[in-house]
Design a protein around this ligand. Sequence first.
Ligand code: ZN
Length: 850
Amino acid sequence: MINSMKYFFFTVCLVFTLIRCQKFNVTDPDRGVSLVLNNQRKSVLTDISYSLQLEIPASKNEAIKGEVIIQFNLSSAREPLTIDFNTDSSHVLALRSGAEVIPYTFVNEHIVIPSEFLKEGSNELAIKFVAGDLSLNRNDNYLYTLFVPDRASTCFPLFDQPNLKATYKVTLVTPSGWEAVSNGTLKEKKSESEKSIYTFDETKPISSYLFAFAAGKFLKMTRQVNDRSMTMYYRETDSVKVKNNVDEVFALHGKSIAWLEEYTNIDYPFGKFDFVLIPSFQYGGMEHPGSIFYNESSLFLDEKVSVNRRMGRASLIAHETAHMWFGDLVTMDWFNDVWMKEVFANFMAAKIVQPSFPEIDHNLRFLLSHYPSAYDVDRSEGANSILQPLGNLKNAGTLYGSIIYQKAPIVMRHLERKIGEELMRESLREYLKTYSYANAKWDDLISIIDTKLEDDIEAWSNVWVKTPGMPEYEWNEQDFIRQRLDTVSNRIWQQPLKIQRTEQNDTALVIISGDPIHLKRLFEVNFLNADGFSYGYFNMDESSKVTFLSYPLAYSDPVFRASMWINCWESMVRADGPTPEAFIRYSLNALETEDNPLLIDFLLGNLQTIWWTFLPDHNRTLMQSELEQVLWKLVEISEDAGKKNSYFRSYRNMAGSEKGLALLESIWSDKVIIKDLTVSEEDKIALAYELAVKMPQHQEEILARQLENTKNPDRKERMLFVMPALSDNREIRDAFFESLKLEKNREHEPWVLEALSYLHHPLRAESSISYLRPSLDLLKEVQLTGDIFFPQRWLHTTFDGHTSQQALEIVDAFLKEHPEYPPYLKNKILQATDLINRSVALQKLKPEQI
Ligand SMILES: [Zn+2]
C-alpha cells in the first residue's frame, strides 16, 4: 500500500514540478524558516488548528506514520502556501483537501501548495506522512519530543514559527502497556489488540516549539496540590529515591503556581498541569504548557545533597513553571527575542525561590555567576547586543551565549531597580493580559512601561538591550568620576554607582545619566561599584587598588570583596595594572585568609587563567615553586572537603615542578593518601591526563594503567577517545585532529572538547598552533552539525592554550580572507581570542617584569 502510494505521488509530484516550472513564478523558500517566510505567512494566516494522529510502533527502528489535518484561514490566496516539513519528499505520502488530491512541490524541506488550490477564508488540508525521527528521541520503550526552536517540522508538516499559534488535537496510537502524555488533557484511552489509543483534548493556542508529547513505559503518580490535580510521569525504578523526592517535587510546583498566579494576577492559563521526568534529557527542563519535561536526575536528588543542589532544583521547577506565563502564554514574536522568556523565567524563579534559602548569599552568587562571564564577551571586539538580528530560525542556536544568559539578567535587575518593584509588576501584568495567547516583542513591554514613567525608558533600553559592549568609568583630571567617552555613538549607560570612601566610612550613590560631573574624589581611597550592582569597567586609582589588594579581608562584606576583585581583574587584563605577576601574588596572599567558598573558587579560576594565559614561560618558571607551596599548604590545612577539593584541582592544573609532579604521581598511584581528600575515578583520570602531558617519558605506562583501573565502561570509552590527543607522538596527535574533520567523530561533543583541551595544552602550544587554521576552517560546519553551544566551546578550547602573536596572526589572516564570513560566527571568534589579544599586548608592554 505504501509503496504503491508512494509511486503514485512520486509521479504526481514530478508532473506538477514540471507544470510548476512553466506556470508559477515564485521564489523557492530557503531551507529553515526565514524571516521573509515568517512575515509572509504571518500576514495571511490566522485561526490555525492541527489534528494530528501518530501510530507509534514498539520498535524504535520502525517508521512512525501519521496524518495531520491542518485548518486555517487565509486572508489572501494569491500566493502559494509554504508548509514546513524538514525531511525529504519521500516522507509525504498523500495530500488532500476533502476528497481532492492536491498537487504540491517539495522544495528545501517545505511543501509548497500552488495558490489555485487555496481559497480566501477557511481551508483544510490533510497530509499523510512518515514522521522524521530527528527530534523524537526514540529509545527502547519510550520516546519524547523536543521541538525547540523549529524542530516540530522535522516530525510532521506544519507552520513552524512561534507567532503562528495554533490549537492541537492529538491522537497517539501506542503499543499496549505504554503511557502517553501531551499538552492537552487526556480525553479517552481505548485499548485494541496490542494497542492503546490515547485521544487528547484540543489545546489552547500555543507556539509550535511548545507542542510536545511523550509515550512509553513510564510510571506515574497523581496528586492533588492546592485543589489542582497533577500527574508526574517518570522512569526511575528506585522506589526509595522516588519516595524521598516526590513530596517536595509536587510541593515545589504547587508553590510556584500559587506565587505566579498572585504575581501576574492571571490564573494558570493551560488547564491541566503534568510533568514528565526523562533520563538524560538534553536540558534541565523544557516548558511545554501542561506537560513540562525535565531531566529526571535534576528533580530526583540523592539523599544528603548540598543546599546548592536543593536550591538548583527549586529554581529549575520555578523557572519552568514561570514559563507557563512568560514564554507560553505570551510568546516572543520571533526567536531574536528568545532571551526575554529566559530572563523572565529566571527573574521570577529567583523571586520565588530565594526566600526559602536564607543560608545562601544570593547577591554574591548573582554577582559572581553573571558579571565576569558577561564582561568576558562585552569587553571583546566581538561583543554582541542582547537583542540580535536573526535571519532564519535554523540559526537560532547562534543567539545563545553569555550575553543572553549572564548579561540579560543583570539588565533586568537594573530595570526593576530603575522603575521599582511595584511598577515592574504592574507593567508585567498589563503585558501578560494584553498579549495573552499571542505574541509580543521586547518593545511592546517597553512601551507599556513608558506610558507609566516620566523617564525615557526607551533611550535606556536602546543602549542596554540593543547595543553591545560595556561602559567604562574613571576619574578625570579634575577628580570627577566620569564615563569614558563612548567610541560607538556617545551612548550614556544610565545606572546608579555606589562609591565607598572608606577612610571616612562614607558611601555615596551617584546616578550616572549624563555629563561627567558627579562626585568629587575627596579621599585617598575610593572604591567604585561598592555594592557590585553597576555594570561596566571601573578603573580605580592605583592607591585604591593597592589598598584593597593588600588586605582584602579587611572588608567584611563578601559582595564588596567580589566586586573589588572583579574591578582589579578587569584592570589587569586591560593593562591598567596590577601586572599579572602582581595579581598572582595578591591572589595567593588572599587565598590564605579568604573563607568564602564562592570567592575561593572565583580566585582560583582567575589564578589558572593568568597562569596559563598571561604569564610568559620564563615568569611561570620563576613563580612555580612559590605557587605550589601556597596551594599545597591550603590543600593540607583546609578542613572543609569542598574547599580542599577546589585547592587540589587548582594544584593539579598548575603544578609543574619535579617535586609537584612527583607528589601528584604518588596521589594518583595511591602511594600517598591525603586525609579527607576524595579522589574519585574521574579525578584519577584527570590526574593521569595531567601527568601524561607533563611527564611525557612516563606517559604510556600511566595511561595504560589508568585505562586498566577505570571500571566505569562509559568513562573507559571516553578515555579511549581522548588518549590519542594526549600522545607524545606528534603523528598520533595529527591523526587525531584530522579525524575530527569527519562529523561522526565529533558526535560526543564533551569528549571532543576534553580531547581538544589536551591537544592544545599550553605546554604544547608550539606544535598545536598548526591546528588553529584548520579549526577555523571547520567552524561553519561545526555550527551546522553541532549543538547550540558547541561552536563557541570548540573555539574556546582550541584557543585557550595559545598566547602567541603567531596565533593572533592566524586569526587575522583567516578573517581577512573571509570578508563575508557570517557576523555571528566572526563575533564568536573574536570573543574566544580576546584574552590572547590582551595577553600579547601586555607582554609587549612589560616583557620580563616580575
Ligand atoms: Zn527557560
